[in-house]
Design a protein around this ligand. Structure first.
Ligand code: ASP
Ligand code: MG
Length: 407
């Protein structure tokens, strides 16, 4: 039979959470193989395995070595690939599973967030040629010292996109337990709609602002090499969302999606002297302490004193507070305030570039809900506001309605 082409399919943790789901994935994969496709399958660890392994490590040592974390976490994917191969064998087809090392996914040496340097596809091509379905452990590679590395949380997406690029796949499908990308989180706004097509830039923005469908880094790579991605459900035959370079919309859409993120915290350093070097000192100390900062706001000073507020991941707020208290006197600062009770709501859309007044409209919608905005930040295709956590659901609903996303 003439080959129909090559398809790379990635199945996330929830699609392989238990034996029944693994068998379901096997059936799906076999279906494509029987239609004449060559299939490369990338899988994540079963269900919440990765979180459980992290928890286990923390019970042994709260500051585990990153090399050993990679050694530990990579085992999750090794379980899934073997089980999926067995499930496919049971259906009578040939399949072979591999670790990242075995299929030559070479990375740099930065453990827990390694970057892919190159992929040697010889073995995969050979196995495809001999009729195998090739199953690759997602999220992992091997570095130049032959140590196992991982590609950051959600890294199986990156494995899939990188393989699709290197193998010049005809399709790259990312399977999850939802039907695609939605205009907002359907658990908060049941009227959320599945988006048919979205651009890399919008998806990237949505991923980094809190939509947890795909790893942001994987979308960066897809954009760089123009790999179209189809995000769809492993539990339904429906088409999902295409992530592509440019979307031709009949009528210009200003806002494509609304994201929310409740995992951030805000820290305010009060009464700082308004002089050169103060901001530099704060953010240098934080970065040296391994805290990555998200939004930053500094007030205009009228009194030679000013406040600086910034947001960080909530899990990093104890560490950030410790650092700030340490440098407080050196900075000549007043109080340091911590607020974990915040959330970020953001609107995203490439159409914003050509439409004035979007920010004003967003602020007005929030004002009509009597929601106070604590911080604002913008990019050319998004506007984010920090608001009180308890108001975020009302904010999402109002923005979804007023920007016409229910249609
Ligand atoms: N299992 C890894 C994680 O949970 C990688 C992935 O799921 O893509 O982050
Ligand atoms: Mg996962």
């Amino acid at each position: 039979m003439m080959g129909k082409g090559l398809i790379v399919q990635k199945f996330g943790g929830s699609s392989v959470a238990n034996p029944e789901r693994i068998q379901n994935v096997a059936k799906r994969v076999v279906g494509y193989k029987k239609q004449g496709y060559d299939v490369v399958v990338v899988v994540s660890a079963l269900g919440d395995t990765t979180d459980e392994l992290i928890e286990l490590a923390n019970q042994i040592n709260t500051e585990p070595s990153e090399r050993e974390m990679d050694m530990l976490l990579s085992t999750g994917e090794q379980i899934s690939v073997a089980l999926l191969a067995m499930a496919i064998h049971k259906l009578g087809l040939e399949a072979i599973s591999f670790t990242g090392l075995q299929v030559g996914i070479l990375t740099d040496t930065s453990h827990t967030r390694a970057r892919i340097l190159k992929i040697d596809t010889v073995r995969i091509k050979k196995e495809l040629k001999s009729g195998n379905i090739v199953i690759v452990a997602g999220f992992q590679g091997v570095n130049t010292n032959h140590d196992i590395t991982t590609l950051g949380r959600g890294g199986s997406d990156l494995t899939a996109v990188a393989l699709a690029k290197e193998l010049k796949a005809d399709e790259c499908e990312i399977y999850t337990d939802v039907e695609g990308i939605y205009t907002t989180d359907p658990r908060i706004e049941p009227k959320a709609k599945k988006i048919k097509e979205i651009t890399y830039d919008e998806m990237l923005e949505m991923a980094s602002l809190g939509a947890q469908v795909m790893q942001a880094r994987s979308i960066e790579v897809a954009k760089k090499f123009d790999v179209p991605i189809h995000v769809r459900s492993s539990l339904s035959p429906n088409t999902g969302t295409m992530i592509i370079r440019e979307v031709k919309r009949m009528e210009e859409v200003v806002v494509s999606g609304i994201t929310l993120n409740k995992n951030e915290a805000k820290i305010t350093v009060c009464d700082l002297p308004d002089k050169p070097g103060v901001a530099a000192k704060i953010f240098k100390e934080l970065s040296e302490g391994g805290v990555s900062v998200d939004m930053i706001v500094q007030n205009v000073s009228h009194t030679r004193k000013t406040d600086i507020s910034f947001t960080i991941a909530k899990t990093e707020s104890p560490r950030a507070m410790k650092i700030m208290k340490k440098v407080k006197d050196e900075l000549g600062a007043g109080e340091i305030l911590q607020d974990d009770d915040i959330a970020r709501v953001a609107i995203v859309g490439v159409g914003m570039k050509s439409h004035p007044g979007v920010a004003a409209k967003m602020f007005e919608i929030l004002a009509n809900q009597k929601i106070n905005i604590e911080m604002i930040s913008t990019s050319d295709i998004s506007i984010s506001c920090i608001i009180k956590k308890k108001t975020v659901e009302a904010a999402v609903k109002a923005l979804h309605l007023e920007f016409g996303l229910e249609k």
